[in-house]
Design a protein around this ligand. Sequence first.
Ligand code: PLP
Length: 436
Amino acid sequence: MSLQGPKTNALFDKAKAVIPYGVNSNFRYWGDDDTLVITRGEGTYVWDADGKRYIDYRLGFGPIILGHGYPAVVKRVQEAIQGGTVFAWTTPYEIDLCERITRMCKVDKVRLTNTGTEATMHALRIARAHTGREKFIKFEGQYHGMADYFMFSTASSSPKSLGSKRSPINSPATSGIPKGITQYVINLPFNDSERLEETIEGQWGDIAAVFVEPMLGNAASIMPLPGYLEKVRELCDKYGIVLVFDEVKTGFRIANGGAQEYFNIQADLVTYAKAMGNGFPIAAIAGKEDVMMTIQPGAMAHGGTYSGNVVGTAAGIATLEILEKEPIIETINKRGEALMTGFGEILDEAGIPHAVTGVPSMFGLVLGVDQEPHDFREYFKGDGELYENLALQLIQRGVQPDGDAREPWFLCYALSEEDVNETLNIFNDSLKAAKA
Ligand SMILES: Cc1ncc(COP(=O)(O)O)c(C=O)c1O
């Protein structure tokens, strides 16, 4: 069984001739037979090169919050770029967008970048410069982009490579990272307050930052246990450590003010990307006055030719304006709740133990578990193979989640009640086929 029709297959062959593995990001390669070539997106749908339509729950790995090609955003970008795209000076677009972010996310200052990787990379430098310390803590199964420092024990790591839970190992997620930098990285299991406290008490004088995805947006949307993020905040305050919320996935998606609003905790620095521009490349580092003002010309560098360019800022302004004016996230949540409940009922009926994790706008589905996982190691108790079979059956029938249960189901505003019902019907059929 291959996901590719003949035209997709022919185009993918052409892609492989000029692009390693035919993709411009390794995460998009699903093998020679199952990697799709997409020619168009509109609203909640995408079409492949054979003209097959899918209800899209990957949404480009999360950026699409309104819908593909959302007319109000596209129009704003088209109008703005008539007047040029990049100037090496400040533009009113940048001011407008940063004002919106400060208002929506209750942050003092913002610097714009183009991608999540650029945002987290600069956030780490700011935290180090601010504290004069060099190490940082991150959590297993969390992904903070492609910079070398973050490429340890990510969602791509295998469970065995992580070492024991009491004494975790930094597991490199790629070749090509200098061995030396592992000494600056401390990976810990998520949701384990005791381990975190012990580690910080032992090494706080060396620790610049705690980087956390407030919920595990790259590991099945595992949620923080009650009180956990509060404990992280308390420890960072006590020991002068910069708390960084990586909201590249949660920002402008789980609430207008992201995870800070959802969990009612303010970080010192926050990184945004994805939903901020509904699919246009725009990202940000934001945070408290004293930490953000560590950036200083000639002293602490942040830069980028395309930072704050007109394409991204115009898209960001249009997207955030719509989020503030219309009940976007409420509507998405209603659809998401219907899917979470519906999937649960279908799985119950089929006698498959499972956990539906996360929040309605980005939820996870872990099959073959009796209890909800609370960290990345527990996630692996699930039946990844059954999930992958189910995903392939769904995609064949025109519903497109990721093939890997670690990637959440992302929803956008364009998803209608009819789309939800169609998804539930197809889910029912696909599950029967996957079990068979
Ligand atoms: C939490 C998180 N941080 C950072 C990134 C990196 O963002 P980008 O792919 O835009 O560089 C991602 C990407 O998926 C992410 O999920």
